[in-house]
Write a protein that binds this ligand. Structure first.
Ligand code: PRP
Length: 181
């Protein structure tokens, strides 16, 4: 079986994603109204989304990365581990925190809380996908490209066991692909 045949259905094509990201970038650019912004991308899932989004934002941006992982117990995210912290100072800066997906809400909520302690001037959040059906903690992202249903999606940065991140579209993984890895 080849890689692409593991995908049951394509939800968003590269063109869909590009158009939606341009719209989101325009909204962000308008809201920050010429202010400088520090973009903080949560690795690894958001690396493709971040790199595409920032190229449509005409503001003086600085970019930083934070790499976190969460130990999961069943379907619920638990403790957050910081594998790599920030390499810049965000004190008194406008911060836009970017992740690929908000599911239980644990990752974005906890990272936002950690960064808030660094006294940024403001902190907002931006996600490509919002999965409301997965929410376990109260967390609403300020910018959302898509609301998605309760599917197991991969591609455009999202993985299953570290595979499929490089697919240029977002698709639903076949059940057989989940069991064979
Ligand atoms: C994924 C995703 C989000 C998080 C969302 O990260 O990239 O950061 O889960 O889930 P939550 O809302 O339930 O916390 P993951 O820990 O799988 O790491 P990855 O980014 O390296 O894929």
């Amino acid at each position: 079986m080849n890689y692409l045949s593991d995908i049951k259905e394509i939800l968003y094509s590269p063109r869909d994603i590009d158009e939606r990201i341009q719209g989101l970038a325009k909204q962000i650019q308008t809201d920050y109204n010429g202010e400088d912004v520090v973009i903080i991308s949560i690795l690894k899932g958001s690396f493709i989304f971040t790199s595409d989004l920032i190229r449509y934002i005409n503001l003086r941006l600085a970019i930083d990365f934070i790499h976190v992982s969460s130990y999961r117990e069943g379907m619920t995210s638990k403790e957050l581990i910081i594998n790599k912290g920030l390499s810049s100072n965000i004190n008194n800066k406008h911060v836009l925190l970017i992740d690929d997906i908000i599911d239980t809400g644990n990752t974005l909520k906890q990272v936002k809380e950690i960064l808030t302690k660094e006294n940024p001037l403001s902190i907002k959040t931006c996600v490509l996908y919002n999965k409301p059906s997965g929410r376990k903690v109260e967390m609403v992202a300020d910018y959302v490209a898509y609301d998605v249903g309760n599917y197991f999606i991969v591609g455009y940065g999202l993985d299953y066991n570290e595979k499929y991140r490089n697919l240029p579209f977002v698709g639903i993984l076949r059940e057989e692909a989940i069991t064979k890895i």
